[in-house]
Design a protein around this ligand. Structure first.
Ligand code: PMP
Length: 418
């Protein structure tokens, strides 16, 4: 089993010499082998009830109420009455779906208003919407960067960015947040390509740390590189008024392309790109997931409310930070390794896939539903339990989480940092 896992983890996606059915069967065997080691199969989890307190329906474990730390609803806005009301009004007005792509009739006044509002949120003039944050990243990167260009990407960028730059342009990664490495690479390729882009996340979705954006901006200016920042996890969390890393670093005019999602802090779904009008107009025609895919449903109108609520009700962000500080210091106090997080993502790093699975299983028994993160989301030896904390968690929830970790530590002493 061990040998099979070691071998198959590298080959499970694309084993050689197999037809589609054999390939799928091989993957099934791989998944079973993982499951036999106690790994949690996330597709078997079915949530019911409102987050963050959820009922987790698992085979053989029905109706157990767990504390969830898997939602990215950082300010709790998906549950906000004003946000829900706006979605309902929009459905009443337009129906349930947009039913055509923005290019051929699916664009509504709601979409236009959201584009203007999210652009203004970042003190810019233009934005463009996509079916998801994932689609925004894939599509914008593929539309902009071609084989004549060169992209330097942080090695920890989100899968969607990686997907976006993988096929159409030339790419190299630099070590996570390593500015010396980035500068060396910029030096090496200077003047050799039509254009050079640097692609980073604002907040990194697995470690929860943030990009050293000031240094990155300085390097981009020095070497004439185009800067792309995906701040999916920064908005609503970082910056004095929740404008993410852009505000944190006072970088309003220094980033060429900001990408993000409405699926986390804004409590709904859909992706966006904020950029100068000429770039946005280019994307309106060339970004396939915008041009050829259906426009976001009318419920996107609810995002007008959630964007406004970031300013109107700052108490949610304050509450979030109280929660984060309380939980993080509690976990650190127990000797757990939460890395360098400065965001709503708190990882507990185990560096061992087997240990990770066991810890996650024990947490679940203690009533905590956390994400078990391993390859391919992070490299093999950076396995971690990932918790996303929101403003909706109460002090009682947080104490239950800390108590659960204390109970797990008693059983698995090796997760405590030496
Ligand atoms: N970027 C980052 C950094 C993310 O973490 C995610 C989602 N996990 C996305 C983009 C994609 O967003 P969406 O879920 O809206 O497709």
């Amino acid at each position: 089993n061990e040998d099979f896992l070691k071998h198959s983890s590298k080959n499970s996606e694309n084993p050689k010499g197999m037809n589609m059915y054999e390939k799928a069967a091989y993957y099934g065997k791989y998944k079973k082998a993982w499951a036999s080691q106690g790994h949690f199969n996330y597709r078997q989890v079915c949530l019911s009830g409102a987050l963050p307190e959820v009922e987790l329906l698992l085979p053989g474990n029905p109706n157990k109420t767990l504390i969830s730390v898997v939602s990215n609803d950082y300010l709790g806005l998906s549950q906000h009455p004003d946000v829900k009301a706006a979605a309902i009004t929009a459905i009443d007005r337009y129906g349930a779906g947009a039913t055509a792509s923005p290019a051929i009739g699916g664009q509504m006044d709601y979409h236009q208003a959201v584009e203007q509002k999210i652009a203004a949120f970042y003190r810019q003039q233009s934005a463009i919407l996509f079916p998801s944050g994932y689609a925004a990243n894939v599509s914008a990167m593929q539309a902009l960067f071609k084989k004549e260009d060169f992209v330097l990407a942080d090695d920890s960028i989100h899968a969607s960015m990686r997907e976006g730059i993988k096929y159409t342009t030339q790419v190299k990664t630099f070590n996570h947040n390593d500015m010396e490495h980035l500068e060396n690479m910029l030096k090496l390729i200077a003047g050799k390509y039509r254009s050079v882009a640097v692609v980073v996340d604002g907040v990194y979705s697995q470690p929860g740390d943030i990009a050293p954006l000031r240094d990155i901006i300085w390097l981009c200016k020095k070497y004439g590189a185009f800067l792309v920042v995906d701040d999916a996890h920064g908005v609503g969390v970082i910056g004095k008024t929740g404008r993410g890393v852009i505000e944190h670093y006072d970088a309003w005019d220094d980033v060429d392309l900001i990408t993000g999602t409405f699926s986390k802090t804004f409590g709904h779904q859909g992706g966006f790109v904020v950029a100068k009008p000429e770039i946005v107009e280019y994307l309106q025609f060339h970004a396939a997931h915008h041009t050829f895919s259906v426009a976001l449903p009318p419920t996107i109108a609810c995002v007008l409310e959630s964007i406004a609520l970031v300013d109107r009700e700052p108490q949610h962000m304050h509450r979030l930070w109280e929660n984060l500080n309380y939980l993080n210091s509690g976990l650190k106090g127990m000797g757990l390794d939460t890395g360098n997080t400065t965001s709503a993502i708190i990882p507990v790093i185990t560096k061992d896939a087997g240990l990770n699975a066991e810890v996650c299983r024990l947490l679940l028994l203690e009533g905590i539903y956390a994400n078990q993160i391993g390859y391919p989301a992070v490299s093999m030896n950076y396995a971690r339990i990932r918790m996303a904390i929101t403003a909706s968690h109460t002090r009682e929830h947080l104490d239950r989480i800390l108590n659960a970790w204390a109970a797990v530590i008693k059983k698995v002493k090796s997760i405590v940092k030496k």
